[in-house]
Design a binder for this molecule. Structure first.
Ligand code: C2G
Length: 129
């Protein structure tokens, strides 16, 4: 079984996230999504609307996702790749180059981001309403 992993906050799930998850899923047979914990979001200076548990429940309902695990630190990726026998690591290309060190353990793919949508934009547009 070819296993894929990706990481993110995935707050206020939108079509940009779905496009990423759908394409990531196409690289294998099983997609693991590591969702940033509430504490790790603070480290990332990201304020999520939904808690980790809520974001986990939402992601688990997405047809492309097979398993959701917590992302608690920047440094856990190598262990995750090994522990979950991951073949392919996938991220949006806003992260291009940042995780090339994983090439020693698995394939590393950066996919084009979906233009025109982001959680920040959603929040900003709602404020204008
Ligand atoms: N994404 C995308 N298109 C968008 C918005 C997001 O392809 N319009 C992708 C991002 O590139 C990322 C994934 O969706 O691969 C999740 O996005 P975020 O929740 O913003 O994740 P981020 O905060 O970048 O966390 O250790 C890695 C970090 O946890 C990544």
């Amino acid at each position: 079984m070819k296993k894929v992993i990706t990481y993110g906050t995935f707050d206020l799930l939108h079509t940009g996230h779905i496009n990423l998850l759908r394409r990531a899923n196409e690289y294998g047979d099983y997609l693991v999504v590591a969702i940033s914990s509430d504490e790790f979001n603070e480290l990332k200076n990201k304020k999520a609307y939904y808690t980790f548990e809520q974001r986990k429940a939402i992601l688990e309902a997405v047809r492309y996702v097979d398993e959701v695990i917590p992302e608690k630190s920047w440094g856990q990726k190598v262990d995750d790749v090994r522990k979950h026998n991951v073949d392919v690591f996938v991220m949006g290309d806003d992260w291009k180059g940042k995780f090339d060190y994983l090439m020693e353990y698995c394939e590393v793919i950066y996919l084009p981001r979906t233009v025109g949508i982001s959680t920040t934009k959603i929040k900003r547009d709602l404020d204008k309403k």
